[in-house]
Design a protein around this ligand. Structure first.
Ligand code: NAG
Ligand code: NAG
Ligand code: NAG
Ligand code: NAG
Ligand code: NAG
Length: 550
């Protein structure tokens, strides 16, 4: 508790970055940098790939002690940058992500770094193959700077883990960054890299985007192969990018979706011809939303007036007003089908699928390094953080399987929900549904669980969602620009391009994103001999978890 209050009240653990003047030859400012601004600077000779990489690493060195978003840095990042500088000099710069520094959630298999899921018992787990999506990112020229913290094994939304400690929201040090991809959310908000990746089983790409004023894409089930990612649920798992703008989201999606059909993840067989090799990066500004019809899910708000809920209503109302001003037609949807807690209770499949999926992941012969051979062993090791709200979930998962009769009932229920959703679209001729990702502000550090989130609708149905910044709560002493609030835009399957173009217009007609004040000072990067070692702060656990669990 004492450590928490030090963190929350800031200054003691916050070492001020070196703000010395930067030399003019490296004047490029990496804060809020996009793929395009980096390529312009790089190809225009304003910076080198190594210079860029050093600048992002310097930001991580300066600010990670404040937000604790990183589990590990890539020892090879600077030598990869040097190789890319040579390629550039030889006129060989190719790839849509050429020299784009990125961060990857630490549940993506990487051969050059351990893949831990934030779990102490997986601290030495070493994949010998990159996940196909990691291969695609590297092939496109991206430099993976490191791996980000997450909620332990992506099982909740507080972003606290036994190996990575508690990640902190850069907009408000008293709050969580959402989750489970909260390390990526906090890191990208603080400009530790150009973009990052996440995974999403219920809310996990959308909650961190919402809580950090970022964009994310949860793709249609089957668009991006999930093989080589620490799994939870065959039905609900999805992976995607988290970015600071819509263009980067589209470019990152292009690369991640370029894998196409992958026999190791059979849901990719669902990919329709129209989505094979689709180019999402060409989405322009629609300019007007005159022909666009958006259903606003009224039941996804919490109308109890409070400091945690009213700012969400205000922000989404403001977003809706700008959409209306841009010509969109808003259709209120208030069917009782759209009740997030009821959907979660009735249809969530995680506890039936988790053990089987995880056992397969852990038993692969390509997984080297010391690691438990099964979920049971992992759990028995006690080197695994379960927050109190998860005890019954994990205990049930250890006994359940897809053979349980109730699993089949749930899968059938999901088919009905998909039909209900398709019917809502047809009945009102909708292009998309909109609603707040979270009906209240992202919870404070030390809360028992994340609350009020609406991610389950897309998670069980597999419909795609773009999350966009909708606004901020009023500024307070703890949150100098307010707490970010995000909105989900959910579309029909394989409608990623349409969602991106709606999101692009939304982001043009209403510029919401702001840098977090607490990490906004530029950081001077002196030339680096080697990539520094980052040690996550595990002494900052928000509450003392009962003995024997960790
Ligand atoms: C540039 O590309 C050519 C042709 O692929 C290759 O032979 C050469 O080694 C490359 N040079 C660098 C520095 O990457
Ligand atoms: C698809 O993959 C899942 C998980 O590996 C497996 O349980 C299922 O039987 C497969 N289905 C088909 C039709 O191959
Ligand atoms: C709605 O918000 C109020 C005030 O923050 C809170 O007490 C209540 O638990 C919330 N209701 C739901 C269903 O989350
Ligand atoms: C939503 O579902 C929950 C859980 O089943 C239930 O307690 C609640 O009353 C429902 N809310 C509405 C508005 O129907
Ligand atoms: C699945 O069946 C097992 C064995 O009967 C039982 O212990 C477990 O609680 C069931 N799981 C669920 C989620 O119903």
């Amino acid at each position: 508790m004492q450590l928490l209050s030090l963190l929350v009240h800031g200054s003691l653990l916050f070492t001020r970055p070196n703000l010395a003047q930067e030399s003019s030859c490296s004047a490029f400012d990496v804060r809020e940098a996009s793929i395009d601004t980096i390529h312009d600077a790089l190809y225009g000779g304003l910076t080198t790939c190594r210079g860029l990489t050093e600048k992002f690493i310097a930001r991580i060195q300066a600010y990670n002690p404040l937000i604790n978003a990183i589990i590990t840095l890539n020892r090879d990042a600077l030598s990869i940058a040097d190789t890319l500088d040579l390629a550039l000099a030889a006129g060989n710069a190719t790839g849509s992500l050429f020299c784009i520094p990125i961060l990857v959630k630490d549940n993506y298999d990487t051969t050059d770094m351990k893949t831990t899921g934030g779990c102490l018992d997986l601290a030495d787990s070493q994949p010998t193959h990159d996940a196909p999506v990691v291969v695609a990112l590297k092939r496109a020229g991206a430099i993976i700077l490191g791996k980000t913290n997450l909620h332990e094994l992506a099982l909740e939304g507080l972003s606290v883990s036994s190996l990575g400690g508690q990640t902190i929201n850069p907009y408000d040090l008293s709050r969580t960054p959402g989750g489970s991809s909260g390390g990526t959310g906090a890191a990208i908000a603080a400009s530790f890299a150009v973009f990052g990746t996440g995974t999403d089983t219920v809310n996990s790409l959308r909650s961190p985007a919402s809580a950090n004023s970022l964009f994310s894409m949860r793709p249609t089930r089957g668009l991006i192969s999930r093989s080589g990612i620490i799994p939870i649920s065959y039905t609900q798992d999805a992976i995607g990018p988290i970015t600071r703008n819509v263009n980067d989201l589209a470019i990152a999606l292009n690369v991640m979706a370029s894998i196409g059909y992958d026999p190791n993840d059979n849901v990719t067989a669902l990919l329709p011809p129209s989505s094979v090799g689709a180019d999402y990066s060409t989405v322009g500004v629609v300019g007007s939303l005159r022909s666009v019809r958006l259903g606003l899910i009224e039941t996804f708000f919490n109308r109890t007036d409070s400091e945690e809920t009213s700012p969400v209503i205000a922000a989404v109302n403001a977003a809706v007003s700008s959409l209306t001003a841009a010509g969109a037609t808003i259709v209120p949807i208030s069917s009782s089908v759209y009740n997030s807690s009821a959907i979660l209770e009735a249809y969530d499949t995680q506890k039936y699928e988790f053990r089987q999926e995880m056992n397969e992941y852990l038993a692969r012969s390509s997984l080297h390094g010391e690691h438990p051979p099964s979920l049971d062993d992992l759990y028995k090791s006690k080197r695994f953080l379960v927050i109190p709200a998860q005890y019954s979930y994990v205990n049930t998962a250890l006994l359940s399987s897809t053979d349980n009769a109730t699993y089949a009932t749930r899968k059938l229920g999901i088919q009905n929900l998909i039909l209900a959703l398709q019917t809502t679209f047809k009945e009102h001729s909708l292009d998309a549904l909109i609603y707040p990702e979270q009906a209240n502000l992202v919870v404070k550090i030390g809360a028992a669980s994340q609350s009020g989130r609406n991610g389950i609708l897309a998670a069980v149905t597999g419909f795609p969602v773009v999350t966009v910044p909708a606004g901020f709560s009023p500024a307070t002493a703890e949150a100098p620009v307010g707490v970010p609030i995000g909105m989900e835009i959910l579309g029909l399957p394989w409608n990623e391009a349409k969602l991106l173009s709606i999101a692009k217009t939304v982001s043009e007609v209403r510029r919401v994103r702001k840098m977090p004040v607490l990490t906004q000072e530029p950081v001077h990067a002196s030339s680096m001999e080697e990539v520094p070692v980052i040690i996550p702060n595990t002494k900052n656990m928000p509450i003392s978890y009962p003995a024997g669990i960790l």
